[in-house]
Write a protein that binds this ligand. Structure first.
Ligand SMILES: NC(=O)C1=CN([C@@H]2O[C@H](COP(=O)(O)OP(=O)(O)OC[C@H]3O[C@@H](n4cnc5c(N)ncnc54)[C@H](OP(=O)(O)O)[C@@H]3O)[C@@H](O)[C@H]2O)C=CC1
Ligand SMILES: O=C(O)[C@@H]1CCC=N1
Length: 271
């Protein structure tokens, strides 16, 4: 892709995406620009590690780039958009990975008929395994959707979704990996309590999560059926699931997703 892309924000998510784009060679390093708020050490790290172009001149990057990725925290988004908006024009494409922030709010804040894409990846982008949802704003064409899709395919699976589903996506696949890690942390604790060494337990668990994920993707079976296939009557799985039911595990996870979704809505409404 012969485009200049500028990342406004050099945090963990920006790094994951940059790493994917570089590995895929979709955009040359000389055309990848990165800036942040003030952390010079972080920019030096990005320059050294990925040989991308780091700059402290946000306005210049906003003016010169073909694609601008907004990758700052939701609280910094409004100020950032306000400070760069006079440098933007509608031949550019704005891609935001900011949780909660609607395309409509971004379009309004920028104040011109500019193509905006709302994207929700996750940190597995770092190793090319993100699950990324993409929603176009009202000035984005099918070419913009295609371009964004191509960019995020460099870091994993992509899905185009209706923007009304973006808060849900943010909860299930944006935050989702954290919920799975939390579950793994708990299982590791139990294994260690039972006297097992952490390293072996961790390796077995990581492969268990990968295997279960691949079964979900490849077996063509619903999660409930896959679970039942493991649950022998009177066996170990049944014994464990009984405890999960007693502690209302499903209700708890449903509340967890609703709460994360609700927080995404709140973040979108703030500032
Ligand atoms: N982490 C995740 O799993 C996911 C995060 N997201 C979204 O991605 C965004 C970034 O998250 P994450 O990478 O974790 O956050 P980080 O805190 O790691 O990074 C935020 C970055 O934004 C920079 N920044 C702040 N203000 C500005 C500004 N005005 N102009 C340019 N850069 C600025 C910060 O610079 P400095 O360090 O100098 O302050 C920092 O580099 C968030 O909006 C989040 O909702 C989406 C999906 C998943
Ligand atoms: O916790 C957050 O707000 C971000 C959005 C999705 C994942 N992390």
């Amino acid at each position: 892709m012969n485009k200049r892309i500028a990342f406004l924000g050099a945090g963990s998510l920006a790094e994951s995406i940059i790493s994917g784009i570089i590995k895929s060679e979709l955009i040359a390093r000389k055309n990848i620009y990165v800036t942040n708020k003030s952390n010079m050490a972080r920019l030096e790290y990005m320059q050294e590690r990925y040989q991308v172009q780091c700059s402290t001149d946000k306005n210049e990057l906003a003016k010169e780039a073909d694609i601008i990725v907004l990758a700052m925290k939701p609280n910094d988004a409004t100020d950032s958009i306000q400070s760069i908006k006079t440098y933007l024009n509608n031949s550019q494409l704005i891609i935001s990975v900011i949780a909660g922030l609607s395309t409509e709010k971004m379009e309004r804040a920028i104040g011109i008929d500019i193509p905006v894409m709302r994207v929700m990846p996750n940190t597995s982008a770092l190793i090319g395994h993100s699950a990324t949802a993409i929603s176009p704003g009202k000035y984005a064409t099918s070419e913009h959707v295609q371009e964004t899709d191509q960019l995020f395919q460099t870091v994993g699976l992509t899905k185009i979704v209706a923007e009304k589903d973006m808060h849900t996506v943010t909860a299930i696949s944006g935050s989702g990996p954290a919920f799975i890690y939390y579950l793994v942390e708990a299982i590791e604790k139990a294994a260690v309590e039972a006297g097992m060494d952490l390293e072996t337990a961790s390796e077995l668990l990581a492969q268990t999560v990968i295997g279960a994920g691949k079964m979900l993707q490849e077996s063509g079976k619903k999660p409930g059926v896959l679970r039942e296939n493991i649950t022998s009557p009177g066996g170990t799985t049944e014994a464990g699931i009984e405890v999960l039911k007693r502690h209302e595990f499903q209700e708890m996870m449903i509340s967890c997703i609703h709460e994360a979704r609700h927080r995404s809505i709140e973040l979108g409404n703030s500032k």
